[in-house]
Design a binder for this molecule. Structure first.
Ligand code: ITT
Length: 185
């Protein structure tokens, strides 16, 4: 394809197909194509999603030995001191959105953070994207993970209800930084 960079040898390594589908749509829009490599990655316990992403990338590279990216995300809720943050995946599987809604009262501020880590034989590079917002009062729309309860700043709808999620999200912002770097390296 004219003008399209082939990233066909770069893999998005994850156990989560939703993350891959969104990352693929976003990277396609930058003219980069990527493939899915489904793997359950070792996840260390850390307060830093960047450190978790770096460890995941090292684990992934030791297994697939190809240029790759991994992503680690967290939703950080102000009134809960940033919880669940690095534990977002575990909390989604345990108490879920209902459990989160039961914990919140008036202060509903939150942010989504994504760290994308690229790894090849020459080393690692990480990119971060953040998006401020609020937690809705009830679940709205059908979506994965925290999408039915996260309302981006200056919006009236949850991620699950928004058509433009993939041009405003934490994932979009991190992947934009990654692609600018990748295309110029
Ligand atoms: P990996 O195999 O790639 O690690 P994972 O699902 O465990 O997949 P994370 O450790 O990054 O990924 O977990 C972050 C969790 O945050 C994820 O499982 C979702 O529940 C939630 N999450 C992240 N991005 C989201 C988004 O855009 N919309 C809704 N929920 C999201």
């Amino acid at each position: 394809m004219v003008g399209t960079h082939k990233l066909s040898d770069v893999f998005f390594v994850s156990s989560n197909i939703h993350k891959f589908k969104e990352a693929k749509e976003i990277l396609d829009s930058f003219g980069l194509s990527i493939q899915f490599f489904k793997l359950n990655l070792e996840e260390i316990q850390s307060n830093s999603i960047k450190q978790i992403a770096i460890k995941k990338a090292q684990d992934a590279f030791s297994k697939c030995k190809k240029p790759l990216i991994v992503e680690d995300d967290g939703i950080f809720i102000d009134s809960l001191g940033g919880f669940p943050g690095p534990y977002s995946s575990y909390v989604q599987k345990t108490i879920g959105n209902k459990g989160i809604l039961n914990l919140l009262k008036y202060n509903r501020g939150a942010k989504f953070v994504s760290t994308i880590t690229y790894c090849d034989k020459n080393g690692l590079e990480s990119f971060e994207g953040k998006l401020d917002g609020t937690i809705s009062k009830s679940q709205k729309g059908k979506g994965w993970g925290y999408d039915p309860i996260f309302i981006p700043k200056n919006m009236q709808k949850t991620f699950a209800q928004l058509d433009e999620k993939n041009i405003i999200s934490h994932r979009y912002k991190a992947l934009k930084k990654f692609s600018n770097w990748y295309l110029h390296k």
